[in-house]
Design a protein around this ligand. Sequence first.
Ligand SMILES: Nc1ncnc2c1ncn2[C@@H]1O[C@H](COP(=O)(O)OP(=O)(O)O)[C@@H](O)[C@H]1O
Ligand SMILES: [Mg+2]
Length: 266
Amino acid sequence: MASIAPRPYLRPLISEPAVRVSNFTRRFGQVTVLKDLDIEIGKGEFVALLGRSGSGKTTLLRTLAGLDPASPNEVETPQSRAVVFQEARLLPWKRVWKNVVLGLAGDQKDKAIQALAEVGLDHRVDAWPATLSGGEAQRASLARALVREPELLLLDEPFASLDALTRLKMHDLVLSLWRKHSPAVLLVTHDVDEAISLADRVLVLDNGKILAEEHIRLERPRVADQQFQAIRARLLGHLGVGVEAPRAPAPRKPEPVPAALAWAGE
Ligand SMILES: Nc1ncnc2c1ncn2[C@@H]1O[C@H](COP(=O)(O)OP(=O)(O)O)[C@@H](O)[C@H]1O
Ligand SMILES: [Mg+2]
């Protein structure tokens, strides 16, 4: 009988799971997007999920968010969950604070103000969404997630459309919110460096399965040192993207010797 290969991604470092996906398969018509998938995410653990476009990352995230169907034997999650998508998805006809507490009962302005302050947007409480920059809009959608005090925070490429500097600021913000509120986090990203910079553990989804996992035990804030580069090279390898070894500088052509000097040296 063939032996069963160990599946280490079933065992997070943190023992008590917040999320458990067991033998989960998701099909759209004839196409199987997720196949016999097993994943656990520990309470308070920060997991990043990498995978090619179309590999099923959003499908998994939507399932964990309860937006797509799954039976409780296959998918267990905490009750309090919140999602941040790539686009902020704010209602343009509601002021920022109203967007933040949308769907919550009662007058929640104080709660909205507090969450907006946590993401550095206390000066935009009464603004209209159309007047926000891309980074501010994503901060507002993080505030909307925060007021729900989620035990599971699901982030679907939330920084993908931001410029590089804003993205770095958002990384710091997400890490500080994670430290303060300790939700389990699943961050879907295309960006290998982002995954290594932020997560406790990085998973690679391929062909509906977890192809690889890396525990990132580097101190935060993380710098792109040798260990970081080695993890990056392995992850890029799993994603089918080769990394070239740094090339030795091309030998320099000898400078043409000015005629006068050539003559002088003769
Ligand atoms: N509602 C749907 N109906 C049919 N096919 C879908 C649906 N949602 C996703 N898919 C398909 O499932 C695959 C995985 O999609 P998705 O989870 O969005 O990938 P990713 O987020 O990794 O780019 C794609 O081939 C996509 O076309
Ligand atoms: Mg997606």
